[in-house]
Design a binder for this molecule. Sequence first.
Ligand SMILES: Cc1ncc(COP(=O)(O)O)c(C=O)c1O
Length: 466
Amino acid sequence: MSGITAARLASVLGPWRSKGPAYSALADRIRLVSLDGRLAHGTRLPAERDLAAALRVSRTTVASAYARLRELGAIESRRGSGSFVSLGARPSADSAPDGIPLDFTKAAMPAASAVATCYAAAAQRIGPELARSGYEIVGHPELREAVAMHFRRRGVATDPDQILVTSGAQHAIALLTRLLTSPGDRALIEHPTYPHAIDAILSARARAVPVPVDTDGGWDLTEAEAALRAAAPSVGYVMPDFQNPTGASLPDDARARLARAADRHATVLIADETTMWLDLRRGPREPLAAFSPSVVTVGGLGKLAWGGLRVGWIRAPRTLIARLAQSRTSMDLGTPVFEQLVAVELIAREAELVAERRVRLSEGLRTMRSALTEQFPEWTIPDPEGGLALWISCAPWSSSELVLGAREEGLALTAGPRFGLHGAFEHRLRLPFTESPSTIREAVGALRRSADRHASGPLPEPLVAV
Ligand SMILES: Cc1ncc(COP(=O)(O)O)c(C=O)c1O
């Protein structure tokens, strides 16, 4: 596993100082960025002297922070080779920490009620499939047709051979970034954005170029055009509908403008539509793919139906589908046939699923907003038109402080900087409203107790303004 330079770690940590001893604040921040995936298990930490210089603190501060982390089992030190980040036996950086009852790290819901019925219906239809090889590298023909139809219904002419079925939308994002970027290429991202898209871009060794987006203000299109012109990114990853985490949607005229600008600079826009179905009161918009044939669309049923299904798709020009199918075989040889049959059943019940999600999410949003208004009168609570989460300005607290405090109160959350680059969004918090009303109220109570642990003070300035 590779090491991280002191300068890079300083950037990942962002503004880490808080009230209390510096060594303890530094240890807390290193622990948090390793728990939420910004610092991978096994990463070699910089030498104490180097980190002290990069952070402009004494070497004793860094040595004490490392000693504290060793005590907690969050790093392991090996004589002569340095200190390494350790997650212990935790299976994934983003999974709920053991023993923490309220998991708000995931903006996800339990299966919709139609899911069990669709599994039963697929079981009735699996028989004939067993007489075939089962290797459907581009996807089962029935599901490719159902997905193509889903695009046609939304006004975008689509043939089944423009569809590749994937094992979830995240798989689609990873396949696309791996194929369409080379190490050192630029990739335009919304800022904030979906953290695992950042992971996919960075693991393809592309360099992310951030463009601001916010719940109320939406996208800064002038900046997006300037970034496309200046950086000529290979790809641009956007969520046009109910963006995760802000809930913002790209207006129709902005879709046209963005697609035109991307075409001018030969940037392939990847439109992630995973959250497209989660409309609480906005009404339909034209898919980004309607504005240019080179737009590539990612979709999936994880948020509409159930994350455990692991079925997603890519809509793209046929030549790109062929290249994706070829490149996928080093990783897998197709998505399970049974789950694809379940997906066909689910897509046929789209309207019912959308209606069910709208009821649950509207109730979640109402409950979350009223609990927050009661417990945090100092905050302005956004009212997004859809999506899964609130993107809150949590000043005067720092997001990391709140998240670490919340863990002690039995609430697992993801800190704002996980959704951005270079330690940005330390004054932001993503609060999913996907859980039941009583769980949401409990979580907001735990958050308030976490806030009360930390006497509020002025926020430090971000280390790197982006
Ligand atoms: C915007 C976005 N894209 C992709 C995904 C991953 O979806 P899947 O579960 O289909 O891989 C998520 C899940 O949180 C998401 O919010």
